[in-house]
Design a protein around this ligand. Structure first.
Ligand SMILES: NC(=O)c1ccc[n+]([C@@H]2O[C@H](COP(=O)([O-])OP(=O)(O)OC[C@H]3O[C@@H](n4cnc5c(N)ncnc54)[C@H](OP(=O)(O)O)[C@@H]3O)[C@@H](O)[C@H]2O)c1
Length: 290
């Protein structure tokens, strides 16, 4: 199988490239192809001729999406449309990565694939539009929604991830203000990538939620990171309103991964185990490079 991974230098993209290590993989990034440029996407997909396209590319800086509407729409909405149009033309399956931020967070329980999406920020609106464009163009596309990613390669767009940000800030010795009233399902990109590989092998289609088991607030996520790293850090719980980020976030956008169970795949491991594994791998990496 020849897989074209778009957004391959991002935190999830890197692990997807690894997960397809026994296949021919062509990694693509913004320098190779801007997914907002329809002609370029048509030309490059025709040129590469893959058996599967996986799109991890996105404008992932949630707060910036509130001001850069055009850029966010071009990458997050038109990007998947352009990829779907090219995949339709050459009859190539498409797997498009989306987000828990397509939900408004008001359900009061984890979201499954049958729940209605109703985004409350510009990032979520554009990501939802991308899902719709992909499915309208290619009804057999797979839309894989992930949540709260942390990967050993930090986010290309943010330059970090929540775990790395906590380790850095926690080491400074001052109390940290962390949001205590937003719930997510933290997910290790290696675990998500391994499931994405299985979904590709199953030729899975439609909406699929992928997350490590369980859910927590950003504050509990931080506590787990500090405990696992053996750091003593004072946390000052703040509400999202007090924290004052430019983009609103859903109160509880945690996932129930119903399709994974229906497909007969085991649930992913609990998120706390995944955090411990991340920190162990990170420590091994550091000792190898020092
Ligand atoms: N991070 C999270 O917590 C989270 C949560 C839920 C869902 N997701 C979704 O998961 C997916 C992967 O996220 P991530 O955190 O791994 O992203 P990331 O590390 O920020 O990487 C984004 C990638 O997109 C590429 N890209 C950006 N604009 C592009 C363009 N116009 N054309 C082509 N490529 C472009 C970047 O390429 P360059 O490196 O060349 O700029 C980069 O490789 C995204 O769909 C995101 O919406 C993420």
């Amino acid at each position: 199988m020849h897989v074209m991974v778009v957004g391959a230098r991002g935190q999830l993209g890197r692990d997807i490239v690894e997960a397809f290590g026994d296949c021919k993989v062509t990694p693509y990034d913004s320098e190779d192809m801007n997914i907002g440029d329809e002609a370029k996407v048509q030309q490059q997909i025709a040129f590469i001729g893959p058996d599967l396209v996986i799109n991890c590319a996105a404008f992932t800086r949630v707060d910036e999406c509130e001001r850069e509407h055009l850029r966010a729409f071009q990458i997050n909405a038109l990007g998947p449309l352009h990829l779907a149009l090219a995949c339709k033309r050459w009859r190539i399956p498409l797997m498009h990565i989306s987000t828990n931020y397509v939900f408004d967070g008001g359900k009061g329980a984890p979201y499954h694939e049958g729940d209605s999406a109703r985004p409350i920020n510009a990032y979520g609106v554009t990501k939802r539009a991308g899902e719709e464009y992909a499915l309208y163009t290619l009804p057999n596309a797979a839309i894989v929604r992930v949540s709260g990613l942390f990967g050993l390669t930090p986010s290309r767009m943010k330059g970090t991830n929540f775990v790395e940000a906590m380790l850095r800030l926690g080491g400074k010795g001052s109390p940290l203000r962390i949001v205590c009233d937003e719930v997510i399902s933290p997910t290790f990109t290696q675990d998500a990538a391994a499931r994405i590989r299985q979904l590709a092998d199953f030729n899975a289609t439609g909406l699929i939620h992928l997350a490590n088991q369980g859910a927590c607030s950003w504050m509990d996520f931080a506590r787990c990171i500090f405990d696992a790293a053996g750091m003593s850090v004072e946390i000052e719980p703040v509400t999202a309103e007090q924290y004052g980020a430019p983009a609103r976030r859903p109160k509880d956008s945690s996932f129930e991964c119903r399709r994974i169970a229906e497909l007969g795949l085991p649930a992913m491991r609990p998120w706390r185990e995944a955090v411990e594994d991340y920190l162990a791998q990170r420590a091994r990496r550091e000792s190898e490079t020092s």
